[in-house]
Ligand binder design. Structure first.
Ligand SMILES: Cc1cc2nc3c(=O)[nH]c(=O)nc-3n(C[C@H](O)[C@H](O)[C@H](O)COP(=O)(O)OP(=O)(O)OC[C@H]3O[C@@H](n4cnc5c(N)ncnc54)[C@H](O)[C@@H]3O)c2cc1C
Length: 338
């Protein structure tokens, strides 16, 4: 394993921010990762594990060592009459895993088609889209403890999944590197087509009795028409989480802003789409020099080329302040700001 110095991270983050890592190494197996963690020259270095770099905003050079997860492989582990357990390497591209499930006619991952990034990063923020979250198909994961190099298995309960949250973003933040994830996928499919434009897209596609493959195609179509492709415009998807607020606060806002949308979460709380709040503050489509807010999706901050991470972070905080001032709701970034 080669440890490189002063490596540009621009190709490794979908925002396309030009920063450098002082040290950079890639691992392709658990053993290689353990060897890296044992190297005396890396012992004291701050460590950042990198997947596809699609949920990161770098605001400065990284002074420690960036460890790029290259662990590949997808395999069937076991099966019953109703489900199959499939294990995927942490460095596997998420959508490659989804394609595997579709090829093997295993249901559950189709609504999560085309989310950028790696399998290993997916449990960190319990990725979700179109009414499905990773936790709905998760079985267990293996992770290497950075301090000791030991492999530990985490079952569903141990991961503490929440909305774009897990124990790995909370109390165990920065302590583990996810090296493999096992998923529980259904042989008999229960489709979830009620969310967003899936149903209407299937109708446009003239699909009468959709399969999981059809749902995946519909999701890919919607995503490609709605979200900017990081290959052409730098971005990290939704920059902010949708805030959850008390029902009482929502009701008083509704008196003032009758169009305010919401989704019930519990009997006493609702979620409000952050994109709507940002749009109401006039940010949608705003361009400042070479960065701004995407013209079709106010939740997505974009780098049109050459923007600094500090400038994008400043924009994010200005948006947070303006939403707080107008609605009394404080947004929180979904993207990891470094
Ligand atoms: C266009 C676009 C659309 C998106 N749409 C969605 C969406 O619909 N739903 C959604 O939930 N997300 C979405 N995202 C966000 C992103 O795809 C996910 O958060 C994804 O899981 C990030 O994976 P990654 O490998 O790129 O992680 P990275 O950006 O490389 O890393 C993110 C964080 O996880 C840590 N990390 C990475 N790998 C590991 C590992 N193996 N072990 C421990 N820690 C690790 C990193 O250190 C970092 O803190 C979107 C992003 C983009 C650019």
């Amino acid at each position: 394993m080669k440890i490189q110095s002063d490596v540009s991270l621009q190709p490794y983050n979908t925002f396309g921010i030009a920063v450098k890592a002082r040290l950079f190494a890639r691992f392709d197996s658990v053993q290689e990762l353990q060897e890296l963690l044992q190297m005396p020259e890396l012992a004291r270095e701050e460590k950042l594990v990198l997947g596809g770099g699609s949920n990161l905003l770098f605001t400065k050079d990284f002074a420690g060592v960036v460890l790029q997860n290259g662990i590949k492989g997808i395999e069937k582990v076991s099966e019953t009459d109703s489900y199959t357990l499939v294990k995927a390497g942490g460095g596997e591209v998420w959508h490659e895993f989804v394609l595997y499930t579709l090829q093997h006619d295993l249901g559950g991952a189709e609504n999560l088609s085309l989310i950028p990034g790696t399998v290993g990063a997916a449990p960190l923020q319990n990725i979700g889209a179109y009414g499905v979250e990773l936790k709905d198909i998760f079985y267990e994961l293996e992770a290497v403890h950075i301090e000791t190099g030991q492999v530990q298995t985490f079952d569903h309960a141990a991961c503490g999944f929440g909305y774009r949250e897990s124990v790995f973003k909370g109390e165990l933040k920065g302590q583990f590197i996810v090296t493999a994830v096992t998923f529980k996928l259904q042989k008999k499919h229960t489709l979830n087509t009620s969310y967003g434009a899936i149903q209407s897209t299937l109708e446009e596609m003239q699909v009468q009795q959709p399969t999981i493959q059809d749902v995946s195609r519909a999701v890919c179509h919607i995503r490609q028409s709605k979200l900017p492709d990081p290959k052409t415009i730098g971005n990290a998807g939704s920059f902010f989480k949708n805030p959850e607020i008390p029902l009482s606060q929502y009701e008083s806002l509704k008196a003032q802003f009758p169009d305010i949308p919401s989704y019930p979460v519990t009997p006493t709380t609702v979620k409000v789409p952050a994109g709507w709040l940002i749009e109401q503050c006039g940010w949608k489509g705003k361009v400042i020099d070479n960065y701004g807010v995407h013209k079709n999706q106010a939740l997505v901050l974009v780098n049109y080329g050459g923007a600094s991470g500090q400038a994008v972070r400043q924009l994010a905080y200005t948006i947070i302040d303006s939403v707080a001032e107008k609605f009394g709701i404080r947004l929180h970034p979904e993207v990891n700001i470094l």
